[in-house]
Write a protein that binds this ligand. Sequence first.
Ligand code: NDP
Length: 333
Amino acid sequence: TVRWGLIGASTIARQFVIDAIRAQADGEVVAVMSSSPERAAAYARENGIPAAFSSLNALLDADIDAVYISTTNELHLEQAVAAAKAGKHVLCEKPLALTSGDARKILAACKAAGVVLGTNHHLRNAGAHRAMREAIAAGKIGRPVAARVFHSVYLPEHLQGWRITKPEAGGGVVLDITVHDADTLRFVLGEDPVEISAFTQSAGMAGSGLEDGAMCVWRFQSGLIAQSHEGFTTKFAGTGFEVHGTEGSLIARGVMTQKPVGSVTLRTATGEEELSFDREDLYTRSLRAFHAAIRTEGKPSATGEDGVWSLACAEAALASAKTGRAVTIETGL
Ligand code: NDP
């Protein structure tokens, strides 16, 4: 059995991750930690979790094997390093930290402690993205030359908190959504980006100088170029992901989301074909891979290195937006 402790009484844990742990035959949620004792107790009660703590050390002293970190982003570093030092496996939310340098510290701490580190980039687990990756790897679109990601959403009212008001907590759409697009592009294309150019905006939702919209242009190792759009303020945009190759195009719609929904169409000289794909819950699949990694039978869906990569991309995008220049993506890995 893998006994999990939750660090952070968060929305994402309540909506997806607690269920995903419990969906594993060998997964148990045994404790939750919140900075507030009242919220910890209420969260534990509402979600049927046996133990509630309001200090990190108390949680790490409990009889747990792994932690899931879903606090606000400025807290991930300290919590992940402490958990690793306590010998707990770490599944951490994205961004792993506020800078890629700090993310590398988490990676180093987990390596030194011999514990598994995973980054919860859920989109890699989507059947749609796996079908696209497989189609590309199988040569179905020839040589991929360009990609487009549409990932501008409307931030629901209940989430209009730190993401749009607190730069010090790692708010802003780039750390929130561009990191996912970076990871999904790398996963689907099977190659790494080298350079990014970005414009960001404050379209009326985010305050405190934070961005709530971004458009990025990416260059990949092979010479492929990509564009991505991330936003909090567009109610009716819909999401999508396209990859265009010399012999065909993959056109996915409604796939940049937490649910196993959407469609993927392969368009070639012979016409259009709707690709069928696995509709398993993304987080359940992520947890299954993480449990397998604990048993040394595989890797997490997205590793710590993948988390460093996505954060390095986001960092480069923010630097580009600030300077008005294209920025080389450096992971330091
Ligand atoms: P929440 O705002 O729901 O929770 C973050 C923290 O805010 C909690 O740890 C909690 O602190 C505090 N908090 C929550 N509710 C309240 C409240 N009513 N009053 C005061 N404080 C409160 O964040 P999300 O769940 O949206 O995001 C958490 C992390 O997960 C982030 O790193 C985010 O980037 C990531 N995320 C990842 C997603 C994915 O699909 N991979 C999707 C959504 C988020 P405390 O624990 O101290 O109580």
